[in-house]
Design a protein around this ligand. Structure first.
Ligand code: AQP
Length: 331
């Protein structure tokens, strides 16, 4: 069986540096080693209320972002989750395998449902089961994600193992691929929290489509630690977070970066980081603008066909293993 990776991002709000450095950037590298499936998970997005017009726009924008970061549609499959109905169908099946008690333990659900108060949906509770379906449909070997998704990956593995035990060998049990550096990019305004698009403080999060002024302003306002040294040090999370972003965008080794900032102040670090980010995002944004509707339609159309084929085979095997038969099966 082909060695496959699957990953996805939600077309909600704007994609930020945390999403890029923690996940998308690694997809670009891994696509050369694995048969790759990159999904725009719009069904996950609606677990929290969305404006329909905006959701449709953001879905296409995210496809452009995938292409602009360097996902190559000639070797990778890019598709929209709702284009492949098997994702929702397998979710129902796995809902009958998952236990309520294990979903209740999911920390992302606890965090997000706190914010939703009375309006928390059953879909939000079921989010990890939909994610498990995404992954298992493609017999995925590796799932490149940020650290925040680790618990969901463990649940996916548990569901696959339980299904295989109860109905016979069906799903490949996937591994998480969590990068050593960048797995958890922190908020610029609160280094105890991950960088997140739903952060109450918009200055904590640099968006991939931010303009140069916004980028510089956000880095200028970034929280720092006490002391003056500029070096990687886990006990100084704010500076280490800024240095990590700098390192991932420049590709420079740790000692070179520390030598570069030796004797310099925080203002210089913020300025240099802003310069590097502005230049990186300027080139990226040019690529986004260069992707036309025709290229996008072609990419998503090809992706849908390839994904449906594989997902369809897996789901048919699942139904057969469970004894779920329809009118066309003879006695
Ligand atoms: N701060 C982060 N550092 C590293 N990786 C991150 N990811 C998210 N935040 C960070 C990774 O990005 C991928 C796509 O994530 P998503 O589209 O599911 O978005 P999310 O995790 O919901 O991102 P946000 O910004 O945190 O959204 P909200 O505010 O809605 O919760 C995933 O692989 C994720 O691990």
């Amino acid at each position: 069986m082909a060695k496959r990776i699957f990953s996805g991002a939600q077309p909600t709000g704007n994609v930020h540096l945390g999403n890029y450095l923690g996940a998308l950037r690694n997809w670009v590298t891994l696509q050369h080693e694995y048969e790759s499936f990159f999904c725009i998970v719009n069904l996950h997005a609606i677990t929290i209320p969305q404006d329909p017009k905006l959701l449709a726009e953001k879905t296409r924008e995210l496809a452009r972002i995938y292409l602009a970061v360097g996902i190559d549609p000639e070797i990778s499959t890019i598709f929209v989750q709702s284009d492949v109905p098997q994702h929702a169908e397998l979710t129902w099946i796995l809902n009958c395998v998952a236990r309520i008690s294990e979903l209740e333990r999911m920390t992302q659900f606890k965090d997000k449902s706190r914010k939703q108060g009375e309006n928390v949906t059953a879909g939000l509770f079921d989010y990890p089961v939909l994610m498990a379906s995404d992954i298992l449909l493609y017999q995925t070997e590796l799932v490149p994600v940020g650290e925040d998704q680790k618990q969901h990956l463990e649940l996916t593995r548990d569901l696959a193992i339980r299904f295989n035990r109860d109905y016979g060998e069906m799903f490949r049990v996937p591994e998480a691929y969590i990068p050593k550096v960048g797995a958890r990019i922190m908020s610029l305004s609160d280094p105890k929290k991950k960088m997140s698009k739903s952060d109450d403080d918009p200055n904590g999060c640099v968006m991939l489509l931010d303009d140069p002024d916004a980028i510089s302003r956000k880095f200028k306002r970034a929280v720092t630690d006490s002391g003056t040294d500029i070096r990687f040090d886990d006990s100084r999370p704010a500076i280490t977070n800024l240095l990590t972003i700098y390192q991932l965008l420049t590709g420079q080794p740790t000692d070179e970066i520390e030598a570069h900032f030796n004797g310099k102040g925080y203002a210089q670090l913020k300025q240099d980081l802003a310069d590097v980010t502005v230049e990186f995002l300027r080139l990226f944004q040019e690529r986004v603008k260069g992707i036309g509707a025709e290229q996008l339609n072609r990419t998503l159309g090809q992706g849908r066909e390839k994904a449906r084929q594989i997902a369809g085979t897996t789901l048919a095997n699942v139904y057969a293993a469970m004894g779920i038969v329809g009118a066309c099966v003879s006695d």
